[in-house]
Design a protein around this ligand. Sequence first.
Ligand code: MLT
Length: 263
Amino acid sequence: MFLEINGFRMAYESLGKGIPLLFIHGFPLNRRMWDPQMQSLSHHLRVLAPDLRGHGDSESVEGPCNLDMLADDCVKMLDALDIPQPAVVCGLSMGGYTTLAMYRRYPERIRGLILAATRAGADSPDGKANRDKAISQAEKDGAAATAASMLPKLMSPKTYKSNPDLIKQVERIMTSTSVTGIIGALESMKTRPDSTPYLGEITVPTLIIHGEDDQLIPFQEAQSMHAAIPGSTLVLISSAGHLPNLEQPELFNQAVDEFIEKL
Ligand code: MLT
C-alpha cells in the first residue's frame, strides 16, 4: 500500500485492529524485516510498518535528510491513516534513533516505546568519519557494497550457522535499498543529536530489547538506556545479534506481547 506524504510516495503495511503498534526498520533495511512481527501480532493489534524514504518500495527523495524528517514522515503516515490516538512505537537500531526523535518531537503521539538493538548517544568523531567512508563507498559501488560490508556483523555467529536462508533474505533486502536512501540514512545517523540527556524525561512505558551477540551495538548501550529511562524494562535475547526480531522472532514477539499486555 502507498501514501503520498511529505512530497514522496511512501510504501507501508497495515494489518489487524487494536492498539496501534508502529514498527520502524533499521539501516539499510525495509518493512519486510518486520514480517514475523506483523503476521503474529496483527491478531490482536493494529500493526503498521513503513518503508522509510529511499528504502524498500518507498520513493527516494534527493536533498538533505535527517532523523527529524524521518520521524515526521512516520507521524504524517499516522495522520494519513487517521490514527490520532497515541501509538506504541518499536524501532530497531536506526529505527530506534528515529523513535527517540519521534518521542522528542511528538510525545503526545506515543503510548509506549520499544527500543530494539539501539543506543541513545550520538556518533563519536570516529563514527562520523566512518559514515563519510560508507557514503563514498555507496556512491562508488552501490547498495551491494554497503550490504557486503554490513552483512558479516549483522547477526549472531549462531545465526550464520543455523539459518542461511535468513542471511540471504536480509542480503536481498539490503541490496534493494536505493543509493539515495542509503546516503540519506547515513547522513541522518551521522547528524543525529545525543538523546541521552532526554532519557530521564521519558514518561511512557519503555521496553528495551537487545540481542546478546549484537556485534554492532554493545549490550552496555541497552543497559545505560535502561538505567536512565524511569521504569523501563530490559530484555536480553539469547542467540541473537543485531536483528533479534528476525533471529529469534518468538522470543521477540513474546517480549512485545508481555509489554503491551501491561499497558
Ligand atoms: C542500523 O542497524 O540501523 C545501523 O547499523 C545503526 C548504525 O549504524 O548506527
